[in-house]
Design a protein around this ligand. Structure first.
Ligand code: C2E
Ligand code: CA
Ligand code: CA
Ligand code: CA
Length: 278
């Protein structure tokens, strides 16, 4: 009986702490942008045939003064819930486009910049205008911007969403399906949506060298992408063996710790240089 009581106390305290933490996060998130607590990191995307960096994914970091760095997997859903994902997402997009422009000027190469867009952002009626405004304001080529959307976002196949995709494509912006293979939706959206790129989720790549099912699924996705003339990117590549299998099976691009972790813009230059060495 005593134990039960203790358990209950422990349990309720945990819930208490958790809701306290969430409350804290929500409040802190509202002011984080104006307090300059965000930073965009960039993870190289490599062409597996040439082993050259062809682009980057912009990944948001939050240096929270009390708790330290908080994972975007934690704070992005929170930012979506309270709506601040809209100004934050816009800020990330502008930062990433400015970075793209700077890298183009410095290296004379038009890297593709991938930016994650949350469902909440896509649902805004003027999202396409906002994106294209930032593109022209920063002076980048629309074709060097790639917007990443997850499968769950695509499940909303309302006409207005489809129209937004077409408007972006018409302006030259490309679109990736992120975390491909993890969602609930069917393959039919590959036909309905004007998509350029499929990003194979890390969960399939992880055991590709040891799990024959994961390997079969991955190779099927690569074959599907190649047949449909879509670019395919393998996410979360960490080992030479994974790279070898992917390359052997005509996976065009890859991203992962094997090549580089996401980096702050200051450290990015050295990594790009090191890839340029013969
Ligand atoms: P994601 O879009 O699937 O991003 C890839 C995640 O995998 C990143 O985690 C990246 O650091 C990590 N990663 C890359 N290579 C490897 C690897 O070889 N091994 C392992 N274990 N992990 C690898 P991160 O940066 O923590 O971001 C987590 C998620 O947060 C992202 O998943 C994305 O859904 C979301 N996110 C990050 N930045 C933004 C943003 O600016 N806007 C929105 N809407 N979501 C974002
Ligand atoms: Ca992504
Ligand atoms: Ca992903
Ligand atoms: Ca993910």
């Amino acid at each position: 009986k005593n134990e039960g009581k203790n358990n209950f106390k422990f349990f309720s305290k945990e819930i208490d702490d958790e809701s306290h933490f969430r409350h804290y996060l929500e409040n802190a998130l509202r002011g984080a942008l104006s307090r300059n607590e965000f930073e965009v990191f960039y993870q190289p995307i490599v062409n597996l045939r040439t082993e050259q960096i062809v682009g980057f994914e912009a990944l948001l970091r939050w240096h929270e003064p009390i708790y330290g760095d908080i994972s975007p997997a934690v704070f992005i859903p929170c930012a979506e819930r309270i709506g601040v994902i809209l100004p934050i997402g816009e800020w990330v997009l502008r930062e990433a486009c400015l970075q793209q422009k700077q890298l183009r000027d410095e290296f004379g190469f038009d890297f593709i910049m991938n930016v994650n867009l949350s469902g909440r952002q896509l649902r805004e009626f003027d999202v396409v205008h906002k994106i294209l405004d930032i593109v022209s304001e920063t002076g980048i080529n629309p074709s060097s911007l790639n917007i990443e959307l997850t499968e769950s976002v695509l499940m909303d196949n309302s006409q207005s969403t489809i129209n937004k995709f077409h408007a972006l494509r018409a302006a030259g912006v490309s679109i990736s399906i992120d975390d491909f293979g993890t969602g609930y939706s069917s393959l039919s959206y590959l036909k309905r949506f004007p998509i350029n790129t499929i990003k194979i989720d890390r969960s399939f790549i992880m055991d590709i060298a040891h799990d024959s099912e994961d390997q079969a699924i991955t190779l099927a996705i690569i074959a599907l992408a190649n047949t449909l003339k879509l670019t395919v990117v393998a996410e979360g590549v960490e080992t030479q063996e994974q790279k070898r299998i992917l390359r052997l099976n005509n996976c065009e691009k890859a991203q992962g710790y094997l090549f580089s972790k996401p980096l702050p813009s200051t450290a990015l230059r050295d990594t790009i240089e090191s890839f340029l060495q013969p």
